[in-house]
Structure formats: C-alpha cells, structure tokens
Design a protein around this ligand. Structure first.
Ligand code: SAH
Length: 248
C-alpha cells in the first residue's frame, strides 16, 4: 500500500466513504493516492445485542461508549507499532486547522475514532493514545462528518491530488491570510465589471493588488489572523517606490 492510509472506527460504517467517495477525494482514492479502511465498533459489542454503550457513571443524560469495547476495536484494527497518529473526534479537542492538515498530509495516514451518544469512556482516551480533535466550537451528533471534514482537507493536499502546482499555496489559511477575491466571465455582470488591474496583464500589479485585497479582507473579517500575519511579516520599509511588493 502506498499513499495516505486512513482508518476510521465508527458505529455508522455505512456513512463512509460518504463525501470522500466522490469528486476530488474519490478520484484520488481510485488512483491510489489514499486508502480508507472502515471498522465497525459494534463488531466488538457485548452480548446478543452487541451493546457498545451504557449509562454514564454518576448519572446524567445519554449513553457513553464503553472503554473495553472501544479499546478492543482499536486493538483489533491497529497494530501496536502502527506509526499513524490516532485521533478521537471530539468537541473538546484541539481545533483542526490547515497547519495540522499539512502535517497529516506529509505523514503515513491517520486512525480516526468517531464518537456517538455522549461520547466515550474517558479511560480509553489515554490508554490508547487518542488525541482529541475538534472541527469547531459546536456539537455534532457523531464524529463521522467531522472525520470526513478532516480527511477531505488532508486528501486535497496529498501529492498529485490537486492539479496546477501552486493552486494551494495562496489559499485562505495557507499563508495566514484569507484569500483575495476571484473573478471570471462574464466581464460585465449586472453592471459590475472585473477590477481593471486583473485584465491589465501586469503581473506585478496583479500580485500587489491581490495581496492588498487579502490583507484588507483579513483585517475586516478575521482581525486576529491579520494581527498574527503582520507580526510574522512586518511590512517592509519602502526603499523605492517602484517594483513588486515583497510577498510572503
Ligand atoms: N457530550 C459531548 C458531545 C458528544 S457529541 C461533549 O459535550 O463534549 C457526539 C460525538 O460527536 C462526539 O463523541 C464526537 O465524536 C462527535 N463530535 C461532536 N461535535 C464535534 C466537533 N465539534 N468536532 C469533532 N467531533 C465532534
């Protein structure tokens, strides 16, 4: 096997590959750029009904996935020396971002456990070295959609998956800024024309305009990102008035 190897443990295996079986991710999978193994946690359930969950110790609403069931499911699917990082999708986790997507895309793959109900027994998290990973500050009904979000972001960064070298480096969150606005045909849309500089053929002017736009947009919409960007990339003192702006 070559390429990025994803292993997903879930109580809803029929939710996979889901969105990952179509379009860019699906094509990449068909070409062998990445692979997906899906394991049903319920295969390790207890008793005739293959129970995977039970009531929370101490009371309270909902059900919790049992530590022994999940640990067995992980042990059966993941060899002890498996080099892949292991994640538990969880709204309590580190918030997934483009930096982590890049790191994962450079690695051998990922093991992703999808929670359901109220979540999983706390003890299994450390016992199996799971890193909790969130896709944002809201609560989903299960980790499956979250796992697909993470894998989608990683897959498009795998070598050869996106055409056009460099089509990913200027994107939002890649260089710390939101992306500049795009335009295509028609040249006139309901009285709005395309900004003139973009049809000028002057590549330095276009690059300068796009950078300005990206910075202005980021300042307005995500001031904290703009602040971090400007700290890391202090505007250079202008020596000359001509020439392209320093990028990056
Ligand atoms: N009781 C938990 C939420 C459980 S939601 C709590 O308050 O923290 C059920 C499952 O959905 C979780 O186990 C997790 O796998 C998944 N999930 C919910 N929100 C998520 C998010 N923002 N990011 C990643 N996974 C999430």
């Amino acid at each position: 096997m070559s390429g990025f190897e994803a292993l997903v443990l879930t109580l809803q295996p029929e939710m996979f590959p889901g969105t990952l079986g179509l379009s860019l991710a699906g094509d990449a999978k068909a070409r062998g750029a990445w692979s997906l193994a899906v394991k049903d946690i319920r295969d390790h359930g207890r008793g005739k009904h293959r129970a995977v969950d039970d009531t929370p110790a101490g009371g309270g609403p909902g059900m919790v996935i049992r530590a022994d069931v999940l640990a067995e499911a992980i042990d059966a699917a993941v060899p002890a020396d498996d080099p892949r990082p292991r994640f538990l999708m969880s709204p309590r986790g580190r918030v997934f971002d483009q930096k982590l997507a890049r790191e994962l895309a450079a690695g051998p793959g990922a093991v992703i456990v999808c929670g359901r109900f109220e979540g999983v027994d706390e003890r299994v998290i450390a016992a199996r070295g799971l890193q909790e990973l969130s896709i944002g500050d809201y609560v989903l009904s299960g980790g499956e959609v979250a796992a697909q979000v993470v894998l989608d972001a990683v897959i498009r960064l795998l070598p050869g998956v996106m055409g056009g070298e460099g089509s990913d480096v200027e994107e939002s969150h890649e260089n710390g800024l939101l992306e500049y606005p795009h335009y295509t045909r028609p040249r006139d849309f309901e009285g709005q024309s395309i900004p003139e500089v973009l049809t000028s053929g002057n590549h330095a002017a276009i690059a300068a305009w796009r950078h300005e736009q990206a910075l202005a947009l980021t300042k307005t919409r995500r001031p904290e990102l703009a602040e971090a960007y400007l700290l890391a990339n202090p505007p250079k003192a202008k020596k000359k008035r001509r020439g392209p702006p320093s990028e990056g």
